[in-house]
Write a protein that binds this ligand. Structure first.
Ligand code: CP3
Length: 364
């Protein structure tokens, strides 16, 4: 018997049945949003569609608002603006999800480490001093207000995703002081001072749980953990600094918000992505991953999200469409959410996103 997981909340481990008995729509349309059904393990066609970094500089309407604000962080901490920017790509492309407009570095900022975003350079952080870090307190409340405002403005079928950076990736920016070519300092700390590093990761696990839980309380319906730099670590260290913290975060959230699914995006995890599938409800595949492998290794345990190369979205046309069709066909027998393998690039023509959205909508 095919089992529907979405009607009465999220029932664990009924997913595998959906691989063999795709569930047709049995509820009145609109009762459960397509993204949430896929995250609950249903095979949903057309595949739900959203893109990492779907809001941002490639959109003229974003650049207009960005020019009116002093800084990127001002946008993040002004609820009405953050909500408006979150809704821009939903209006333009009719995506199945909105992702809160914010940044993973709001946590170190709220912990008292200086964070600035410098045009053309990316994030620049002040000196890393673990003794000077303070509890987050109420300094992220504007973010939760943005979540509530966004939720109130969303069309009925569109789900709202809240997010945070994973502890390893956030620690990497904190220790390194910004983006880095070789990430020497953070790797030196992880391997050379594992106890000191564990203390930092523990603090970030706690702050991340609170931050994600507060977004769920404010109206986020799914949560994503971005571990953009997981791939810097060899397997044993990746399990310790990426997988185990993700497991603790997932367990704490399931305690507090059992019906809010968690998407993990361990970029560069390679075959270890299969272990993340045991921890999260969904695993985001990066560009390098073979969807055919993921269909075998992940879809029985978790939904798969991804993974078109963002460069193909810059190129557009048949090249993009062919690659998108391959991904859709490799993952169509299990729960799949269409997305990129990393964020939208600033040089992306918005019309290519329109074309991609249409294609995903039309592939049965
Ligand atoms: O996906 C979305 O549309 C939601 C918003 C979002 C932003 N950052 C907005 C942003 C999300 C989910 C993030 C996550 C984020 N931030 C990650 C993880 C995902 C990834 O890309 O790997 C990381 C590593 C960061 C840290 C960060 N923030 C960097 C490295 C940069 C500079 C690079 C860049 O693209 O400019 C930022 C700035 C940033 N975050 C911008 C946006 C829209 C650009 C700010 C501007 O307008 O100048």
């Amino acid at each position: 018997m095919p089992v529907s997981t979405a009607g009465s909340g999220y029932i664990e481990k009924t997913r595998i049945q959906n691989l063999f008995y795709p569930v047709k729509e049995v509820r009145p349309a609109g009762m459960v949003k397509p993204l949430l059904r896929a995250l609950a393990g249903e095979v949903v066609r057309p595949a739900p569609f959203w893109l990492m970094r779907q809001a941002g500089r490639y959109l003229p309407e974003y650049r207009k608002l960005r020019a009116s604000a002093d800084s990127f962080l001002d946008l993040c901490f002004t609820p009405a603006l953050a909500a408006e920017i979150t809704l821009q790509p939903v209006r333009r492309f009719d995506t199945d999800a909105a992702i809160l407009f914010s940044d993973i570095l709001t946590i170190p900022h709220a912990m008292g480490q200086e964070v600035r975003f410098v045009e053309g350079k990316g994030p620049v952080l002040g000196p890393f001093d673990p003794a000077a870090l303070r509890p987050v307190g109420d300094r992220l409340d504007a973010v939760y207000e943005a979540v509530s405002l966004t939720r109130a403005g969303l069309p009925g079928e569109t789900a709202l995703i809240g997010f945070a950076g994973a502890p390893w990736t956030v620690a990497a920016y904190m220790v390194e002081g910004g983006s880095s070519r070789d990430w020497l300092k953070v790797r030196q700390m992880a391997f050379g001072d594992p106890e000191g590093f564990a203390a930092l990761i523990d603090r970030l696990v706690d702050a991340t749980v609170d931050h994600l839980a507060a977004q769920a309380a404010a109206g986020a319906e799914a949560l994503q953990l971005f571990d953009s730099w997981a791939g810097l670590l060899p397997p044993t260290a990746m399990r310790r600094w990426c997988l185990e913290p993700a497991r603790r975060i997932a367990a704490a959230l399931k305690d507090r918000y059992p019906s809010v699914p968690l998407i993990l995006f361990p970029r560069g995890a390679g075959v270890l992505a299969a272990e993340f599938a045991e921890v999260g409800d969904c695993v985001g595949l990066d560009t390098s991953m073979d969807p055919a492998w993921a269909a075998q290794a992940i879809q029985a345990d978790a939904a798969v999200q991804g993974n078109l190369d963002p460069m193909l979205l810059v190129i557009g046309g048949d090249t993009m469409e062919q690659a998108a069709r391959e991904i859709l066909s490799a993952l169509c027998r299990g729960p799949h959410i269409f997305n990129l393998g990393h964020g939208v690039l600033p040089v992306t023509p918005p019309e290519h996103v329109t074309a991609l959205r249409r294609l995903v909508q039309e592939v049965p």
